[in-house]
Design a protein around this ligand. Structure first.
Ligand SMILES: Cc1cc2nc3c(=O)[nH]c(=O)nc-3n(C[C@H](O)[C@H](O)[C@H](O)COP(=O)(O)O)c2cc1C
Length: 208
């Protein structure tokens, strides 16, 4: 009954306003720039046009970053012990979503534009997409907290670099940012205490 009411009123089970999930088109897994050229072009941008990316671009970006690239469910980025403990939250004008690589979907988390919380620097607010890389320490086994955080940071480094190379290949602008309003954004995204915001990354068209 609660689920039915939530559906009717667009409320998530936690009682927050959510939007519709987005079914992404299949990612484009062929083509692109030769790897050495993409490496030659990789750079951090801090000037974004506000034009939105298409769902096709989003799908390919997310797949390149941390999509499934083998039948056994392994991913385009390595992860310590194959724990795959990083979630990519996607902040868009229309709300916040979490990437489901298996279903190739964006699950709605919040029907509110919270890109400004993912950006303490003014340039980043203009970018149409902010990726928030969130480590879930509860998926990382029994090591010490320090060791898990260390692995979590390394895991995200690979994913972020994949996003950088995709953007270089596609002529998109991107920039990793440690500067994020972690506490208010974590609250908006309804993160559990074991979920840590590691890094943000803006993506968009370069400002002409
Ligand atoms: C972990 C990490 C955190 C970063 N945080 C920020 C940031 O908060 N703000 C920013 O403008 N750039 C940030 N950057 C981008 C770096 O400043 C940038 O990579 C560096 O200046 C080198 O430039 P390049 O990426 O074009 O080679 C970050 C990069 C990394 C890897």
């Amino acid at each position: 009954m609660k689920q039915l009411l939530c559906l009717l009123f667009g409320l998530g089970l936690a009682g927050r306003l959510v939007a519709q999930d987005i079914d992404l088109p299949a990612p484009q897994k062929t083509g692109g720039m030769p790897m050495m050229e993409a490496l030659a072009k990789r750079s951090t941008s801090r000037a974004f046009d506000s034009k939105d990316l298409s769902n096709q671009q989003l799908s390919s970006l997310l797949w390149a970053s941390f999509g499934i690239n083998r039948p056994d469910g392994r991913r385009t980025a390595p992860s310590a012990n194959n724990q795959q403990a990083t979630d990519i939250y996607v902040l868009l004008r229309g709300g916040a979503y979490v990437y489901d690589a298996k279903a190739n979907k964006l699950h709605s988390v919040l029907a509110e534009d919270v890109r400004s919380l993912g950006a303490t620097q003014a340039f980043a607010t203009n970018a149409p997409v902010t990726l928030i890389f969130v480590a879930d320490l509860s998926k990382m086994g029994n090591g010490s907290e320090d060791s898990k955080k260390n692995m979590a940071n390394i895991n995200v480094g690979y994913i972020s670099q994949n996003a950088y190379l995709f953007c270089a290949s596609e002529g998109l602008a991107t920039g990793a940012r440690a500067s994020v309003d972690r506490k208010p954004l974590g609250q908006k995204l309804n993160l559990r205490p074991e979920q840590l915001i590691i890094l943000a990354q803006s993506v968009g068209y370069p400002r002409p």
